[in-house]
Write a protein that binds this ligand. Sequence first.
Ligand code: SAH
Length: 361
Amino acid sequence: MKSSFQEKKKRIDRLEREHCLTLEDYAFLLRERDEESTAYLRERADAVRRAVFGPEVYLRGLIEFTNVCRNDCLYCGLRRSNGKIERYRLSEEEILSCCSTGYALGYRTFVLQGGEDPSFSPERIAALVRAIKEQFPEAAVTLSVGEHPYETYALWKRAGADRYFLRHETANEAHYRLLHPEEMSLAHRKQCLYDLKVLGYQVGCGFMVGSPGQTEEALAEDLLFLTELEPEMVGIGPFLPQHDTPFREEPKGSAEETLFLLGMIRLLLPEALLPATTALGTLHPEGRELGLRFGANVLMPNLSPRETREKYAIYDNKICTGDEAAECRECLARRVEGAGYFIAEGRGDHRRFLKEEAKAP
Ligand code: SAH
């Protein structure tokens, strides 16, 4: 029998008040999720988001600059064992040209994301960061290129990188094993996140919702890990099968569960930057708008050249692969305003990282 709404409300209220619940309470809320508790959580998450950020939504221009990867994560279409995918790499000029296009459209954050491609050496990525920062000094640069040694992260920080996005994928050891090859480890992934924190990056972690073998307890561990790490950003999206991976037959994650988790994370980390992801928009036609209504406040539209978008095939049926950057920008503004929010100008830093002079009246 389902438990009463009061039982759920009590926990949601405590999460809003104390920003933390026990593993059992998180798992309880996820397991007993229903229409009534979802509606209540949405209301609270939106109230908190509006109290902290107002109706503002921050944009990050995503540049998927290489789909070559030395890793073999079982869920990801870029995995090295995938012999079917057509590999590509953007040149430095192409990447800078994506930034120019984005800059003209008002983007002030560029996210360079890719597989762990050895041909982009630490020094080559550092030079790229320097070039972007030189040409667009007001823009923030986020790197999302996987696991690297402390020294490499330090080099990129010195080159001017502001943020780093590395999803932990799952905080449950056994579940991590199920999703990754032998040579990868949760401990190492977490160490990377702590290294990035120490180096002064604004750090984003995150996980997939509904990945094979995931339980409510594993998700509860993800939430506990957020309290431990205190990331500036949390990227979550539904798992979506990719046809050339071992998980091709696995069921998709649920949009409802993803939205519920977004709401929980907004209460857990009121000041966090929370993207409504492309994966959520792929799963549900209004996924990103719904995400905003459940506490998300960031969108990461694609700035990659149209010709390469389909090749960055981490999962199937990715949306917006046929759009030009300018079309995406207009479409998003309509969607954001239609949902009752508006697109903010500027870099959208986490408030812990706002410069002192910017804070002064
Ligand atoms: N190589 C980088 C970038 C990975 S792609 C890194 O390791 O961080 C960005 C994110 O896409 C991943 O962190 C993963 O959470 C997500 N992703 C990969 N395959 C996916 C799939 N099949 N469904 C949904 N999300 C997926």
